[in-house]
Design a protein around this ligand. Structure first.
Ligand code: SDX
Length: 433
């Protein structure tokens, strides 16, 4: 990556009567940033920003979110256009390389990914070590981390070739491992990838085909799966991407870094919200019970939050939730399913968006609000929802990991703290306590 941010001015701070000028940098879009890298050296002070609400952790050219406008761009292309016109593998190429592939580049990239879909046969023994009722995210996290024990050449992360093969293997093998986790949890035999199929269709085939009968899936369903992957591919420096970058900043093996991202994504405040949201909608059950849950979400003394609502960056609609709502409608229509939960979700969204609490706090549906309805209609159990999110986000994680390692200014991440613990004191022998 070539650094492109430019100094656009200075910010002055005054501490103990002394003034310091700090450079202000601007990117191509979004808010400028005050460069505080030399702050401690010059002033003896740190910045204090738990949760990083006002902190840019890096320069990046991959994804941009305008939270006020509800805009999401992958390398400058609006998510709505990519979801409508592109494919997940083409988006993967775009996120990694920065430009849409030509026809020959697209064919070459698709061929490489297709030829890496199988996993080492000993990975099979991993699965027989898990309990059948292990959460699929536990199996995904454990198995992806274990891949660092199967592939050593990628450990040389400073070499382009090593990073490329690691990125290709991760994009190609995540669906195989994710599908394996699903089959293991439902007690069905493992289904090998079929390289005649497209990426999304191959994943559905590995999840839902059985040796006993032919598996056919409608193009509408394959298209919906591919769109869902596109919508979840990347999202700036969210918690799991920041985890991957921090792990990668030490030079750790790429599979271990992606396993760290999977672990972080699992939390219900992050990628686990899709599973939590569908469970919440099912608990609400009927439209007449919505006011009770809206009241609980507003009650400060009640830890309950409206899952699938709110976002650190979006203070407008998450553009992905609008596309996801359309996908939900198409899938339910194609499968001729009437899911009362969709009516509950639509009514909940309508009521919440008119409620002053949600309006004032700018809480809108996010990507997780409708995704659970679609994934459930496609036949996935709620325990697989975050696995699908991780499968898709692996493309964003490795693009950001690769960008970080190509960044000439990259250093190991090492935040500081405000210490409020005990001052230095001498040990007291047990006999005297
Ligand atoms: C993802 O970062 C990313 O980009 C993530 C993601 C991605 O693609 O990587 O977009 C994917 O993780 C989407 C978010 C999924 N999580 C949920 O849907 C869980 C429910 N949402 C909330 O927990 C919350 O909105 C967060 C975690 C998403 C954002 O939390 P913030 O930015 O720390 O906001 P906050 O908790 O400070 O909330 C601000 C106020 C608070 O009230 P006050 O203390 O100011 O009075 O809004 C309230 C919160 O109580 N609030 C909610 C709420 N979300 C925020 N109240 C009720 N229900 C909610 N969902």
């Amino acid at each position: 990556m070539k650094n492109k941010i430019k100094q656009s001015g200075t910010a002055q701070i005054t501490l103990d009567g002394k003034s310091y000028d700090l450079p202000v940098y601007e990117g191509s879009l979004g808010a400028p940033g005050i460069d505080v890298r030399a702050l401690h050296k010059h002033t003896g002070h740190f910045t204090f920003d738990p949760g990083y609400t006002s902190t840019c952790s890096t320069e990046s050219q991959i994804t941009f979110i305008d939270g006020a406008k509800g805009q999401l761009l992958y390398r400058g292309y609006p998510i709505e256009q990519l979801a409508e016109k592109s494919t997940f593998l083409e988006v993967a190429y775009l996120l990694i390389h920065g430009e849409l592939p030509s026809q020959s580049e697209n064919a070459y990239f698709t061929n490489i990914i297709t030829r890496h879909t199988m996993v080492h046969d000993q990975v099979e023994s991993f699965f027989h070590g898990y309990r059948r009722d292990a959460h699929p995210m536990a199996m995904l996290c454990g198995t992806v981390g274990a891949m660092s024990g199967f592939y050593h050449d990628e450990a040389h992360v400073t070499e382009d070739q090593a990073r490329n093969i690691a990125m290709h293997r991760l994009i190609a093998k995540l669906p195989t491992i994710a599908a394996r986790a699903y089959k293991y949890s439902v007690g069905q035999p493992h289904v090998y990838p079929n390289n005649e199929l497209s990426y999304a269709e191959n994943f559905l085939h590995m999840c839902f085909s059985v040796p006993a009968e032919k598996y056919k899936v409608s193009p509408t369903i394959v298209d919906a799966m591919d769109k869902i992957f596109i919508l979840h591919a990347d999202h700036e420096q969210n918690a799991s991407t920041s985890t991957v970058r921090l792990a990668g900043s030490s030079g750790a093996n790429p599979y271990a870094c992606i396993a760290a991202g999977i672990a972080c994504l699992w939390g219900p405040s992050h990628g686990g919200a899709n599973e939590a949201c569908l469970n919440m909608l099912r608990e609400i059950g009927t439209v007449d019970r919505i006011p009770e849950y809206i009241a609980r979400a507003k009650d400060k003394s009640d830890p309950f939050r409206l899952m699938g609502f709110g976002h650190r960056v979006y203070k407008n609609f998450d553009p992905r939730s609008r596309v996801m709502q359309k996908v939900a409608h198409n899938v339910l229509e194609e499968l001729d399913l009437k899911d009362p939960i969709l009516d509950v979700a639509k009514e909940l969204e309508k009521i919440a968006l008119e409620d002053p609490y949600f309006v004032e706090k700018k809480l809108y549906p996010n990507v997780d609000f409708y995704s659970g309805i679609v994934l459930s209609a496609l036949g996935f159990p709620t325990s697989m929802f975050t696995v699908l999110f991780a499968l898709a986000r692996t493309v964003g994680w490795i693009s950001q990991w690769n960008e970080m390692l190509e960044d000439p200014t990259q250093r190991i991440g090492r935040p500081r703290q405000l210490y409020s613990g005990a001052p230095a004191r001498d040990y007291v022998d047990l006999s005297k306590r």
